[in-house]
Design a protein around this ligand. Structure first.
Ligand SMILES: Nc1ncnc2c1ncn2[C@@H]1O[C@H](COP(=O)(O)OP(=O)(O)OP(=O)(O)O)[C@@H](O)[C@H]1O
Ligand SMILES: [Mg+2]
Length: 279
């Protein structure tokens, strides 16, 4: 067994209640006593219904946020204090890709400038970059010749490729993908998922792959952890969790999968677009 890349040991995160009319000062336990390990080159899928704590877990795993209790260790060391030089070095190795790529990019800068800016910020330009030149990285993610474009000149899928290029330019060991393909059309989703898998095969990068879409998670994950109310209720090899879910909640999630086959999913999405068009 390889040394784990990421270890969460009895990690909890609570938020103070918003003090609203009915929830005065009540604390929300977003993540509740989670243990998990992620190994180099592995994809761990995190699934669960909305509000189950997936994004909070992703922020804790990437060091953006501190746990209330418990320990998070990346490459054998706890995250350094947020904002410190040591933390910035750690964060270079842990990149995040969120749902909305247009928010992640600077509208005033070309795609090449954003990739170069990320590398500059970490002192990776001037021959020190192991990931290659911005142009080479953009070509690798399928954006060859588009580096001079600005974000508003790219499609949703191309924007997400640009975000992935920027992440790759820092040669990360882990990429936390939080609903990274959820906003994209189904055919574009498949392209981005294939790209992520190809990059993993080439570079050995690990993914913490968060999605409410079990079909997507099943497609990319080696192992899956199922979250409910901040806790992990089931973990296992992806095939096993889907073939014989042990937990009643997991069974319910799988039963609620609207359509298992790509053709049925396309039909469902087309129906949804029609419904939306009527609104
Ligand atoms: N910054 C915050 N302040 C207060 N409460 C928060 C904060 N972030 C998350 N929460 C609460 O923690 C719980 C878990 O939220 P989280 O966003 O992690 O869920 P999620 O599984 O990612 O949901 P979704 O599938 O909708 O993205 C929710 O009850 C949420 O309201
Ligand atoms: Mg979320």
């Amino acid at each position: 067994m390889t040394v784990p890349l990421l270890v969460l040991a009895d990690v909890s995160r609570h938020y103070r209640g918003k003090g609203g009319l009915f929830r005065t000062g009540e604390a929300v336990l977003a993540v509740d006593g989670v243990d998990l390990e992620l190994h180099p080159g592995e994809t761990l899928g995190i699934v669960g219904e909305s509000g189950s704590g997936k994004s909070t877990l992703g922020r804790l795993a990437s060091g953006i946020e501190r746990p209330s209790t418990g320990k998070v260790a990346f490459q054998g060391e706890p995250y350094a204090p947020i904002g410190s030089p040591a933390w910035r070095r750690q964060r270079r190795s842990v990149q995040v890709v969120f749902q909305n790529p247009s928010q992640a990019l600077d509208p005033r800068l070309s795609i090449t400038a954003q990739v170069r800016g990320a590398m500059d910020a970490h002192g990776l330009t001037g021959g020190k970059a192991s990931a290659g030149s911005p142009a080479a990285i953009l070509a690798r993610v399928g954006l060859e010749g588009l580096g001079r474009r600005y974000p508003h000149q790219l499609s949703g899928g191309q924007l997400q490729r640009a975000v992935i290029a920027r992440a790759l330019s820092l040669s990360p060991d882990l990429i936390v993908c939080d609903e990274a393909v959820s906003a994209l059309d189904v055919s574009v989703q498949a392209q981005i998922l294939n790209l992520l898998q190809d990059l993993q095969a080439e570079l050995g990068v690990a993914y913490l792959f968060i999605s409410h879409d079990l079909g997507v998670v099943r497609h990319v994950s080696h192992r899956i952890a199922v979250m409910q109310h901040g806790r992990i209720v089931e973990t296992g090899a992806a095939g096993d969790v889907f073939a014989s879910p042990r937990d009643a909640y997991t069974q319910a999630l799988i039963a609620a999968l609207p359509a298992a086959s790509p053709a049925a999913r396309r039909a469902r999405d087309a129906r949804r677009r029609l419904e939306l068009a009527k609104v």
